[in-house]
Design a protein around this ligand. Structure first.
Ligand code: WT7
Length: 654
């Protein structure tokens, strides 16, 4: 419970989650890292001498055209990993498997939203990537050039990424839901020379006109000379001869011969834009060798991947999850990956479960926002399908409320599959904290422990390290291979955002606490902390208490100014299986009081049909804070998924 004597500025915890789920014995029996002792031994080994460990693993896991001569050169806050080496991420994802005689292994099991399917072996994918790399070259694209990608979730999206990587072009994938304005801003910031798109993409039975949006964006993108268009939907498109090229025309003429370019370990691999708390999006820069190794190794650790697994990550390649855990991680590891183009509720709410049953998916990775939607849609969609092939379940993107965790565990995992709650960021390149499914007992709502090579420290406002159960700023103490190398074109912002607040540490921008068992609990973004009568509370804990009530589907907690308390707790709630009412409002207040104490009892409860979310599914608490305070929502709303939510939330004020 809240400790009033704490003066360091640590955040109080009000969460009482005590359940512990050890790895199932059958699972642990065949896992690669099969006990807590084995995990701890490895973690300690890496922490004692990170460079010795990464030197060995770097040599073993990646293909080197030229060996590196120095494992890490650290000139805070700039890291160079595997200095002097030459490798290629496309080689590691493709050629390496062909060299090892696995060309026939299935790389991608793709399913389009309308139900069309394709299957590509590693040899097929290799051929496509070689041809596409040559197609890029035929347009004059060279190593170091930036290429934007604005595509639906088709195998060609992966081909486009790896085609760029093959010749050293730097891709910048832009989620195919962003506006023309957002595309132009990213094209200009990166000075992209080309953009790859499709006529359209399927979403809930409708064709989204991607090329049309790109046409709009290109009016304001003076650096872009070429636009490559995949014919996905057969839509009529506007055409600008000389600038626009059909994918299939370029591919028809392209040679299958395209040796991967040996690239410097630190050659930029991609830029991925992520929204900052305000203003201009940040172009997060990842480079070749370190990122590739981190994506591969973390994929193997977190999912305990084996050659016969069928892995499905439901993310879009427009986000870092798609980069690291659809493209670079699983393909480097030689995994067989399901890839799905469309919406989870098309043609109906059972689509995901049907896919899992049909492809016998064993490793499944999705987001809490999706899990909450599944719960709302009802168990009947799940129960119709055989999900017994599943063996590991993952989540990423936000904290998962213990209630949603338990549903995932019982309904999807049949109480047999470990859940890996993976904490990481666009900036970290890959997972930083997560249970290893055969080694670490899980607690619902906790991302458990750091992966080997990750040294987290929790720091209070006054700069001191927090004790057990005290919440503070999550930082990372030692560079790791997958860390971002900068913000594209903005050195100062990189230093300012990540390296200025806590000396010598990477500042993640999240608050967290570590409990007495050494388990980490993410408490939300630093800006999301509420301060009620001098107690600093985290949003996720209040939300988890609300979601544990059977009538609540989703909840978002924010602070609003309050004369006496400093801040009052305001919550926005969507309900399931009942109608909002005055009684329910009272009941929910009491429920929170009972679950976590009077301190966190909400002053305001507002019922709403939907919460404002980013396109990647995160609740936009910043907007809710403005609404709760009765202010106009200000600042950047370009990532908001559905603008009509804002209007409807305001109407609810009356
Ligand atoms: C932020 C990073 C990581 C890929 C997708 C999102 C939040 C992410 C968790 C988790 C609690 C989480 C954090 C983080 N977050 N995973 N398992 N538990 N919070 O990447 O868009 O860069 O967002 O997402 O707040 O800082 P991103």
């Amino acid at each position: 419970m809240a400790d009033a004597s704490n003066r360091s500025g640590a955040i109080d915890t009000v969460m009482h989650e005590e359940r512990l789920f050890p790895p199932p014995a059958e699972f642990a029996a065949q896992a690669r890292i099969a006990s807590f002792e084995a995990y701890e031994k490895l973690w300690n080994e890496v922490a004692a001498d990170p460079e010795a460990y990464w030197e060995r693993v770097g040599r073993e896991e990646l293909h080197w055209f030229e060996p590196f001569t120095q494992t890490l050169r650290w000139n805070e806050p700039y890291a160079e990993w595997f200095v002097g080496g030459k490798t290629n991420a496309s080689y590691n994802c493709l050629d390496k498997h062909l060299d090892e005689g696995h060309g026939d292994r299935t790389a991608i099991l793709w399913e389009g939203e309308p139900g069309d399917t394709r299957k590509l072996s590693y040899a097929d994918l290799h051929k496509q990537v070689c041809k596409f790399a040559n197609a890029l070259r035929s347009l004059g694209v060279e190593a170091g050039d930036r290429v934007s990608i604005y595509m639906p979730m088709t195998p060609e999206l992966v081909v486009a990424m790896l085609g760029c990587a093959r010749i050293g072009a730097v891709h910048s994938v832009i989620f195919a839901g962003f506006s023309a304005e957002a595309i132009a801003e990213r094209n200009n910031d990166a000075q992209a020379v080309a953009i790859i798109t499709a006529d359209a993409g399927w979403r809930r039975g409708k064709a989204l006109p991607l090329k049309q949006t790109v046409d709009e964006a290109l009016k304001k993108s003076s650096t872009v000379k070429h636009c490559i268009v995949l014919d996905r939907v057969n839509e009529a498109v506007h055409w600008q001869p000389g600038r626009d090229h059909w994918w299939h025309d370029l591919m028809r003429d392209a040679s299958e011969e395209c040796p991967a370019t040996p690239l410097d370990s630190e050659a930029p691999l991609f830029i991925l834009y992520t929204s900052g708390s305000t203003g201009k999006p940040k172009g997060i820069l990842h480079t070749t060798a370190g990122y590739n190794l981190w994506a591969k190794k973390t994929f193997q650790w977190v999912f305990d991947h084996r050659a016969d697994d069928v892995y499905w990550c439901t993310a879009d390649c427009g986000w870092i999850t798609g980069h690291s855990y659809i493209t670079y991680g699983p393909l480097s590891a030689g995994a067989t990956c399901v890839m799905y183009e469309g919406a989870p509720n098309h043609p109906d709410e059972a689509r995901f479960w049907e896919i899992i049953e049909r492809y016998k998916v064993t490793l499944f990775y999705t987001a809490p926002t999706a899990i909450r939607a599944f719960i709302k849609w009802g168990d009947e969609h799940v129960e119709k399908h055989d999900l017994s092939s599943l063996r590991v379940l993952g989540t990423v993107g936000e904290g998962i409320n213990p209630q949603a965790w338990m549903w995932y565990h019982t309904k999807i995992g049949g109480e047999r599959c470990p859940i890996v709650d993976t904490w990481w960021q666009t900036e970290t390149g890959g997972v930083m904290m997560s249970p290893l499914p055969g080694a670490i007992a899980t607690k619902p709502g906790s991302c458990t422990k750091p992966l080997p090579g990750v040294i987290p420290k929790i720091i209070a406002e006054d700069g001191t390290e927090c004790g057990p159960d005290q919440g503070g700023m999550l930082t990372i103490a030692h560079p790791w291979p997958g860390m971002l190398r900068g913000i594209w074109g903005d050195k100062e912002r990189y230093q300012e955002v990540y390296w200025s607040k806590v000396k010598g540490m990477y500042l993640a921008g999240d608050n967290a606490r570590c409990d007495r068992d050494g388990y980490y609990w993410i408490m939300g973004r630093i800006d999301d902390v509420l301060n009620v009568s001098g107690h600093r509370l985290s949003t996720i804990e209040i939300e988890s208490a609300l979601v544990s009530h059977p009538a609540v589907a989703e909840a978002a907690a924010v602070g609003r100014p309050h004369e006496l308390k400093g801040e009052a707790v305001a919550v926005f709630v969507t309900v399931k299986g009942c109608e909002p009412s005055e009684e329910l409002r009272k009941e929910l207040k009491l429920h929170v009081r009972k679950e976590i104490g009077a301190l966190a009892q909400p002053d305001d409860i507002r019922f709403t049909n939907t919460l404002p979310k980013t396109r990647s599914g995160k609740i936009m608490r910043r907007l809710l804070r403005d609404i709760a305070a009765g202010r106009e929502a200000v600042g950047d709303t370009t990532t908001l998924e559905d603008y009509s939510v804002l209007a409807s939330l305001r109407q609810d004020e009356e």
